[in-house]
Structure formats: structure tokens, C-alpha cells
Design a protein around this ligand. Structure first.
Ligand SMILES: [Zn+2]
Length: 350
């Protein structure tokens, strides 16, 4: 995640990069703000900047600095695969992990969750992703022990040892106590970021040991969604229209346009398409309002009716498969063409 991928929070971001550039990196910080306002995004972009081998200072614009997004370190942090980046978060037992759950058991799920929501997913969405039903997640003593251990070792890559604790307010007392010493005297080269939404339930002993950085409230997520819709709505609408007619020459040209987006943007586009389909479904089944933003009233009124109980699953599966294929380096055009045929078939089944 680069800072430029974050909507808003410019003041905080610029202050943070200034501090990093001046070499006064604080070893234990609490980033306080709603996840869907970008607190976890800021934390991840912060660490990426900290480790970046070619920090950039873009001219113009409202960011004083950003990570390059291209160097090996940036790529590893962006994929949450950096060996010195350790992530902790609330967990509970699931059908797979039936006892003594801890963050390390759910690394893959957490990475998926971050990717799917661009690090803006809420705690409820995380619990739904884990499938823990009504259980309350917790950051546990085993997590605190893992943090102490991770920071006690040498960095694999010789740089910073980084720990992110998402939702420290879900830390139980045993875990919090276990962390006190580490927060007070972190080992050389450690950076601990607690990323929380509220400090009311944090122990005073924790609060007094970290430097608090407050983010602005302002719903970055809604703004990010609006920006995404503005970017992709015309392309999506054009494509959906073609799925009814299926004129091969036109469709092929349209798919070329989509394939030209590049892998990351293709994924973003398909994620956006998935959101649109979901809201169309909620519209046709529960009457919830939907805004396609196509600029064409007739289409906006007609299309949502096409997504029903009879085809929502086919539509979802088709989009999931295409996302998976593109993720796995499939040739974009082929994946998108196949997806077009499957969606066209599904839409006729309404
Ligand atoms: Zn970089």
C-alpha cells in the first residue's frame, strides 16, 4: 500500500513521513481511527515507506513523500509477505482451529481479508470472513508471546522488525501485561504499531507507553468507493450492455479495453463489479436502493432487476473464478472473455 492509494488523511501522513525522514522513528505508536477511515491503510503504507529503498517526493499533489511501490521491500510489504512484518489481530475458534486460536493460525485469511477490502474492512467483516459467527474475537496471550519472540530475534532482512496489532482494544489483560515490557523497551530496530479504533478500553499502562497518532474521521471508505465507482462505472455499464447482445466483435474490443487496465486494476474492476451485482441483488430481492451511476436512467432502472435468486450464485462464482485466474497470472483477456460468456448466460437465467 502506498500513501497515494489512501483517500484523505493527508495531514497525518505528511507528518509521519516527515518524522521518518528526520530519523526520529517512534518505536511504539498507537494509530487511532476507524479502520474504514483508513487507520490500517496508514499503518501498512507507513511501514512500506519506512522500509522503501527508493522513497519518492512527488512534485505537486498533496503528499510530501511516498514509497516507490516497486522495490523488493515495497512489494513484499504490499503483499504482506515481508519476513520481518508480523501481524496480530483478534481471533476466535473456527471449524478449522477448534482450540487455542492465535493470529499465526490465520495469517492467510487475514491477508485475503486485507486484500479484499483494501485494508478498509471492519471488525464485523473480519469476523464474517473468519466465519466465527457470534463469538467475540480476542488478541491473546499467545499473540503477545509471539510478538515478544519476533522482536527478540534478529531481522531476517537486516532492516526493521515490524509488528502491527490491529484492534489492540481486543487484547485481553494477560496479553496486555505480557507486552508492557516490550512496549517500554523495544529491542533495537523494532517498530510496533497498535492500530485501534478506540483507546477507551486500552489499559492506561499501555497508553502511557505508546505515542498516539489520531486520524481524522471522515469515512475514507465511502470516499474510496465513490472514487472507484466514478472510475469504473462507465466501463462496467458498457460491458454489461454487451452481455445481452453478445456481438463478438464489440465484445472483443471491450474486453481488450478491460484487459489493458493491468492486473491490479483488473482485480479492482472485478471487485467493483462484484459490489454492484450484490447491490443489484439486494435491490431486486429486498427493494434496497441501488445506484449504478451509469448516467442512463433506463439502464439504471432495468439492470438491477436482472440479478435474482436464480442467478446471483452463478454470477458470483463467475466473478470469483475470474479474480482467482487473474490473481494466478492467467492471461487477462482469456479470463475476461470466459467471464463475459458465463455472465451473459447467468443474466439470461434470471
Ligand atoms: Zn520502495
Amino acid at each position: 500500500m502506498q500513501f497515494k492509494d489512501i483517500v484523505g488523511q493527508r495531514d497525518v501522513i505528511n507528518r509521519l513521513t516527515e518524522i521518518i525522514d528526520s530519523g526520529r522513528v517512534s518505536h511504539a505508536q498507537l494509530l487511532l481511527g476507524a479502520t474504514d477511515d483508513g487507520s490500517l491503510q496508514v499503518a501498512l503504507a507507513y511501514l512500506q515507506y519506512l522500509c522503501c529503498e527508493h522513497r519518492v517526493h512527488p512534485e505537486g499533489g498533496d503528499l510530501r513523500a511516498d514509497s516507490c511501490g516497486e522495490c523488493p521491500s515495497c512489494k513484499k510489504i504490499a503483499a504482506l509477505m515481508h519476513p520481518d512484518l508480523h501481524l496480530y489481530f483478534p481471533t476466535a475458534t473456527t471449524t478449522r482451529v477448534t482450540s487455542a486460536p492465535k493470529s499465526d493460525d490465520f495469517g492467510a485469511e487475514f491477508r485475503e481479508f486485507i486484500a479484499a477490502h483494501h485494508a478498509l474492512g471492519t471488525l464485523d467483516e473480519w469476523y464474517a470472513h473468519l466465519g466465527i459467527d457470534n463469538k467475540q474475537g480476542m488478541v491473546r496471550e499467545a499473540d503477545a508471546a509471539a510478538i515478544v519472540q519476533a522482536l527478540g530475534m534478529k531481522a531476517y532482512e537486516g532492516g526493521w522488525k515490524m509488528v502491527v496489532v490491529w484492534m489492540p482494544e481486543k487484547m485481553n489483560a494477560a496479553a496486555a501485561n505480557e507486552l508492557l515490557k516490550t512496549l517500554e523497551e523495544p529491542s533495537e530496530g523494532s517498530v510496533i504499531l497498535l492500530v485501534g479504533e478506540s483507546d477507551e478500553r486500552l489499559l492506561p499502562t499501555i497508553k502511557s507507553r505508546v505515542q498516539t497518532v489520531r486520524l481524522k474521521a471522515g469515512n475514507s471508505r465511502r470516499a474510496a468507493e465513490a472514487a472507484l465507482a466514478e472510475q469504473y462505472a462507465p466501463l462496467l455499464v458498457e460491458w454489461l450492455r454487451m452481455l445481452f447482445k453478445l456481438k463478438m466483435k464489440e465484445l472483443s474490443a471491450q474486453v481488450d479495453k478491460m484487459a489493458a487496465l493491468g492486473r491490479e486494476q483488473q482485480k479492482q474492476f472485478l471487485g467493483y463489479a462484484q459490489e454492484v451485482m450484490r447491490s443489484c441483488f439486494l435491490h431486486s430481492t429486498a427493494g434496497l436502493p441501488v445506484e449504478l451511476g451509469s448516467g442512463d436512467q433506463k439502464f439504471d432502472a432495468m439492470f438491477p432487476q436482472m440479478v435474482t435468486v436464480n442467478n446471483i450464485e452463478m454470477i458470483n462464482n463467475a466473478l470469483d473464478d475470474a479474480l482467482f485466474a487473474i490473481e494466478r497470472n492467467a492471461y487477462g483477456k482469456i479470463a475476461l472473455m470466459e467471464l463475459s460468456f458465463r455472465l451473459s448466460k447467468a443474466l439470461k437465467k434470471r
